[in-house]
Write a protein that binds this ligand. Structure first.
Ligand code: SF4
Length: 415
């Protein structure tokens, strides 16, 4: 019998300095704290490895934070533990996020011999002025050196992250970033639009501008909504002409190089998140790990099984029923929640329709035992009539027009 499959995410929460726009779980830490964290991670890897024998791990993603800030020996230990504890597919995609200014030739060589085969580099902008404004620790030149080092060490699957909609950015300056990146011919480009998140220094600086931008009003520092739209179209057109497939809202890849790990998220594959604050989705139970570093370190000293109790209220034909649900969990979990059938169907559509290839009717039927029309006939018909959705070759997907108003289109799939 073939094994079930799953993905692995490993969180490294350390960054040399916090970027102005960042609301990820990341912070600076000294070497001894980093070493303690790696030891905790190794214990978590061993613990779950022995409990996931039935699964074949198809992808590993080491994200953060800045995983490349860790000592190379630590990364080698983590990869050795993963290979030792889990059944890793021979063709597994193994990615690591790297930030310019934190990698050396030797680090890349160690990554490669450890089995890492995909490098994701956070550039964000080719303008040093914009990088400084974002609070990034590197210059464009340092990015070029990092990219060159990765290539020289034999990495033939590289992603570059870029950002649009930055304060003061114009479609011309964004176009230059795009051109500089295209010149390098990376296999994959993730192009995100800046979101002003609460709790970040950018929120204090630009919250009013962000509201105006959303409302289509003139803005002072952030690009206007029209300018943001121009940047989006510039990205889509420029990357298409350069031979990239636009396979998800913010992701573009040369044929055969779409990120398998992220596709797994959008297809609701099982994934196990290890490390501080990491989340998991295993057999339709969503977990999140403790996000306080010292508590995580303390609890990881003795990882134990336990039951997580949730009070659930369920609406049935004959009334509302409340009961306590017990879920398998460990002392590293901060929450656990079973995704019911309704939630699974909604997630299937929300996440699947982020991809330009959309969702497969056959897969829907296989997952839920009924045809997609049995749930969404009306929604599909009206979105189709509005020109926002297409059904073709067994798949259902948003048209370009539908992607432009994806918030509206996706909201229709709420049950
Ligand atoms: S490098 Fe990434 S994770 Fe770290 S602070 Fe900057 S944006 Fe956040």
């Amino acid at each position: 019998m073939s094994k079930k499959t799953m993905e692995l995410y490993i969180h490294i929460p350390f960054c040399i300095k916090k970027c102005q726009y960042c609301d990820f779980l990341s912070f600076a830490a000294d070497e001894s704290t980093q070493n303690d964290y790696v030891q905790a991670l190794l214990r978590e890897i061993a613990y779950y490895g022995s409990r996931c024998m039935d699964y074949l791990v198809t992808t590993v993603y080491i994200g953060g934070g800045t995983p490349s800030w860790l000592r190379e020996e630590s990364m080698e230990e983590i990869m050795t533990a993963v290979k030792h504890s889990f059944a890793l597919a021979s063709d597994a995609e193994v990615s690591i996020e790297c930030n310019p200014g934190t990698v050396t030739d030797h680090k890349f060589a160690v990554y490669r011999r450890s089995g890492i085969n995909r490098i994701s580099i956070g550039l964000q902008s080719a303008s040093d002025e914009e990088l400084k404004l974002l609070g990034r620790i590197h210059t464009f030149d340092q990015f070029l050196k990092t990219y060159e080092l990765a290539r020289r060490n034999g990495f033939d699957n590289i992603n570059v992250d870029i950002m649009s909609s930055l304060p003061g950015q114009t479609s011309e300056s964004f176009g230059q970033t795009l051109q500089q990146v295209l010149r390098l011919k990376p296999e994959h480009i993730s192009a995100y639009s800046l979101i002003i998140e609460k709790g970040t220094p950018f929120y204090d600086l630009y919250k009013f501008d962000a509201v105006k931008q959303k409302a289509g009003m003139p803005t002072f520092v952030l690009p206007t909504e029209d300018e943001v739209y121009r940047m989006t179209k510039l990205t889509e057109q420029g990357l298409k002409e350069a031979g990239y497939e636009h396979y998800e809202v913010s992701n573009f890849a040369k044929p055969g190089y779409a990120c398998r790990h992220n596709i797994g998220y959008w297809e609701r594959e099982n994934y196990l998140g290890l490390g501080l604050g990491a989340s998991s989705l295993m057999e339709n139970i969503r977990y999140s790990n403790i996000s306080d570093l010292y508590e995580y370190l303390e609890q990881s000293a003795n990882i134990r099984e336990g039951l997580w109790e949730n009070e659930v209220s369920e609406e049935r034909a004959d009334g509302v029923y409340s009961y306590t649900e017990e879920l398998p969990a460990t002392n590293l979990h901060a929450s656990a929640e079973r995704i019911g059938r309704k939630g699974q169907i909604e997630e299937f559509m929300f996440l699947g329709l982020r991809m330009t290839g959309g969702v497969s009717r056959e897969r829907f039927e296989k997952c839920f035992g009924i045809p997609i029309e049995a749930v969404y006939q009306e929604v599909l018909s009206h979105l189709q009539a509005e020109g926002l959705l297409l059904k073709r070759a067994g798949r259902i997907y948003l048209t370009e027009q539908g992607q432009d108003v994806s918030n509206y289109a996706l909201a229709q799939f709420l049950l």
